[in-house]
Ligand binder design. Structure first.
Ligand SMILES: O=c1[nH]c(=O)c2ncn([C@@H]3O[C@H](COP(=O)(O)OP(=O)(O)OP(=O)(O)O)[C@@H](O)[C@H]3O)c2[nH]1
Ligand SMILES: [Mg+2]
Length: 240
């Protein structure tokens, strides 16, 4: 059997996103299977097909981080609307809310939709990013469940009675578009790359000198506390 020469990476992969909820799911899906750190940055996004948007995000992220990066772009596609809002769901959700997403399908009998996650991995800014797609099929329903993550309250995956928002997180993370895409990322990286990371301290900074914080238990705990405090304030506001 021909043996595959693996590419050696001397830095952890930096997951670049401006979305704390995505990061939370990525961490819990990947666990410690991959040396991963995060960098909070809301990257500019092209208009176009999901794969092209995700790839361009990876190029921009790799330019900024100057090391191996992982990014993702998430779409929510309504079959009756020929896959719209797709990659533009963020803006539809911002302007119209979950009720508005429902109303968009009012004129159609077909409420079916799919969630699509397109991860892109790039070792550096000059190498073509590799993309990995994962989808979960479902239907769009009136909002049910906690409102702490995007359109989760209106997406009910096929074969389930609960919306993504109503499901325990562990359940969503076993069937989600993000899980399915990350499973491909993980097996591709395991098969083609190996990590040889020099020292603990070096890994705390990327080669561009950005302060990229390592994913330590202490960091996670702090972020969980921040998140909990944020949620508590949000709920108090909503109760008023
Ligand atoms: O209910 C949800 N369940 C999910 O599993 C999920 N994943 C993403 N989203 C939302 O869909 C839009 C994607 O836009 P998006 O991919 O550009 O993300 P973003 O701009 O928030 O982060 P990033 O681009 O910095 O990574 C944004 O509104 C996200 O909040 C989700 N909502
Ligand atoms: Mg975005």
């Amino acid at each position: 059997m021909a043996s595959v020469t693996k590419v050696v990476l001397s830095r952890p992969v930096t997951f670049v996103t401006g979305n704390a909820k995505k990061l939370e799911e990525v961490r819990s899906i990947l666990g410690h299977s991959l040396p991963l750190q995060s960098h909070k940055l809301d990257l500019p996004e092209l208009q176009g097909e999901p794969e092209a948007i995700s790839k361009e995000k990876a190029r921009l992220a790799a330019e900024k981080i100057k090391g191996p990066v992982l990014v993702e772009d998430t779409c929510l596609c309504f079959n009756a609307l020929k896959d719209l809002p797709g990659p533009y769901v963020k803006w539809f959700l911002d302007k119209l809310g979950n009720e508005g997403l429902n109303n968009m399908l009012m004129a159609y009998e077909d409420k079916s939709a799919y969630a699509l996650c397109v991860f892109s991995f790039a070792t550096d800014a000059d190498t073509e990013p590799e993309t990995f797609m994962g989808t979960t099929e479902g239907i769009i329903v009136p909002p049910r469940g906690p409102k702490d993550f995007g359109w989760d309250p209106v997406f009910q995956p096929d074969g389930y009675e609960q919306t993504f928002a109503e499901m325990p997180k562990e359940e969503k993370n076993k069937i989600s578009h993000r899980y399915r895409s990350l499973a491909k990322v993980k097996s591709h990286l395991e098969a083609n790359y190996e990590f040889d990371i020099p020292s603990e301290t070096d890994a705390n900074n990327d080669s561009a000198g950005n302060d990229v914080e390592k994913d330590t238990p202490k960091k996670r705990k702090r972020e969980e506390d921040d998140e909990a405090a944020h949620e508590e304030t949000k709920h108090k506001k909503e109760e008023k």
